[in-house]
Design a protein around this ligand. Structure first.
Ligand code: CP3
Length: 358
C-alpha cells in the first residue's frame, strides 16, 4: 500500500483525512464501455474471467476512461460455485444460469471443497498482473460474493422474483442451509485471503440478496457468516467493505460485523446512515444508478445531494447504490466522476487542516 500514487480511497476506508471524496463505481468494468464490448467480442464472459491479460485490460479501462480512484478486479461472484463443480452458463440477455441447482443433500455432497490457490488461480494471476500494470496509479479492489448471496444463486440456479427455492431450504432444512453456508464461508475466506496475498489493496463482499431476508433471518443466515469470513481473513490492514443490498433497518448491527466500510444502496439517506454507524465505520454510496440516465446537469445536482447528505468530514467513499447499468452513456459516468473530484474538496477542508496541525 506504501507505493500508491493515489491512496484517497484507502484513506477514506480507514476514516483518515482526505483532500476530496474518492469515487469508484460498482460494475465499472462492463458493457456500458465500448472499449469493454470490443474485448468481449473476442471472448465470452467466462473466458475473459479466466484469461488474466483480458481481465487486467478491462479492469484498467475505467481508470483510464472514466478516471475513478480505484480499480476492481474483473471477475464474477459465481466463479466460486463454478469451481465447486456447478456448471455455469452466461446467457446473453438473461444473465448467469446454473443448469443443475442444488436441490437435495446429495447435490450438496457432490460439491468440491475448493482451494483458491489452485482452483481460482486465474483470478489471483489476474490480480498480480493488474497490480503490475496499474503500477501504483490507484488501489486495486478484490471481491467475492457473500456466503448468503452465493447460496441463493446455487439453490435458485439464477436470479429470481420470489426466491422460493432458497426460502424453502432455510425454512424446511435449515441444517443443510447452515452446512452449505459454513462451507461457503471457508471458501470465501480462503479466496479473499489469497486475493490479498496476490496484491489486492482492499476487498468488497457483495451481498446482493441480503435484502430478501427478514430482519432476524438476515442475522442468522447472512451477517453471522460475514462476521466469520472477516475473522478468518488473513490481512495486514487491507480494508474490508461489506455491501448488504436492501438492508437499512439493520444498520447498527451491520456496523459491528468487522468490516471497515458499509456500502449502502440509494434507499437510505447517507445522513441517517452516518448518524447511526459513522462513528464505527466508513460509508460507501449511494447515488441511484438510474440517475446516470439523466442529463449531466441533473446528475451533478443529485451527486451534490449525496455529498451534502453525508456532510463534512472523512469516512465517505462515493459510489452508486448498486452497479452501473449496461445502457448508461459513459460520458455521464465521467461527468459524475469529474463532478465529485472537483466539488467534494469543500467537504474536507477541516480534515486537511486537522492533518496539518497534527
Ligand atoms: O465491478 C466490476 O466492474 C467488476 C466486475 C464484476 C462483475 N460482476 C462483472 C460482470 C463484479 C464485481 C460482479 C459481481 C456480481 N456478479 C454480482 C454482485 C454485484 C451485483 O451486481 O449485485 C452479482 C449478483 C453477479 C452475478 C452476475 N454476473 C449477474 C447477475 C450477471 C448478469 C448481469 C447483467 O448485467 O447481465 C453477471 C454477468 C456479468 N458480471 C457481466 C459483467 C461485466 C456482464 C457479462 C457480459 O459481458 O456479458
Amino acid at each position: 500500500m506504501a507505493n500508491l500514487q493515489n491512496d484517497l480511497f484507502i484513506r477514506a476506508c480507514k476514516r483518515q483525512p482526505v483532500e476530496r471524496t474518492p469515487i469508484w463505481i460498482m460494475r465499472q468494468a462492463g458493457r456500458y464501455l465500448p472499449e469493454y464490448r470490443a474485448v468481449r467480442k473476442k471472448a465470452d464472459f467466462l473466458t475473459m474471467c479466466k484469461t488474466p491479460e483480458l481481465a487486467a485490460e478491462v479492469t484498467i479501462q475505467p481508470v483510464d476512461i472514466i478516471g475513478v480512484d480505484a480499480a476492481i478486479i474483473f471477475s464474477d461472484i459465481l466463479v466460486i460455485p463454478e469451481a465447486m463443480g456447478m456448471h455455469l452458463d452466461m446467457i446473453d440477455g438473461k444473465g448467469p444460469v446454473f443448469q443443475h441447482p442444488i436441490k437435495l443433500e446429495d447435490d450438496a455432497a457432490q460439491l468440491k471443497k475448493i482451494e483458491a490457490a489452485t482452483d481460482l488461480n486465474f483470478v489471483l494471476d489476474a490480480i498480480s498482473l493488474t497490480k503490475k500494470e496499474l503500477n501504483g496509479r490507484v488501489p486495486l479492489i478484490g471481491f467475492s460474493g457473500a456466503p448468503w448471496t452465493l447460496l441463493t444463486y446455487m439453490v435458485e440456479g439464477q436470479g429470481s422474483k420470489s426466491f422460493s427455492h432458497v426460502k424453502k431450504l432455510i425454512y424446511n432444512n435449515p441444517e443443510l442451509a447452515h452446512k452449505l453456508l459454513a462451507m461457503l464461508t471457508d471458501a470465501v475466506a480462503d479466496y479473499l485471503s489469497a486475493q490479498i496475498a496476490a496484491g489486492a489493496d482492499a476487498i468488497q463482499i457483495f451481498d446482493t440478496w441480503a435484502g430478501i431476508l427478514s430482519p432476524r433471518d438476515y442475522l442468522v443466515f447472512a451477517l453471522k457468516y460475514i462476521n466469520q469470513v472477516i475473522l478468518k481473513l488473513k490481512r495486514k490492514g487491507e480494508p474490508i467493505i461489506y455491501f448488504p443490498k436492501g438492508v437499512h433497518n439493520r444498520m447498527r448491527i451491520t456496523a459491528d460485523c468487522g468490516a471497515d466500510v458499509i456500502s449502502v444502496d440509494w434507499t437510505i439517506d447517507l445522513a441517517k446512515a452516518r448518524d447511526k454507524i459513522g462513528h464505527k465505520v466508513a460509508i460507501q454510496g449511494n447515488l441511484d444508478p438510474t440517475v446516470l440516465y439523466a442529463e449531466p446537469g441533473f446528475i451533478r445536482r443529485e451527486a451534490r445531494k449525496v455529498l451534502e447528505s453525508y456532510g463534512k468530514g472523512n469516512g465517505h467513499i462515493f459510489n452508486l447504490g448498486h452497479g452501473i447499468l449496461p445502457d448508461v452513456d459513459p460520458a455521464h459516468a465521467k461527468a459524475l466522476v469529474d463532478f465529485v473530484k472537483e466539488e467534494s474538496a469543500v467537504f474536507h477542508q477541516n480534515d486537511v487542516n486537522t492533518k496539518v496541525i497534527n
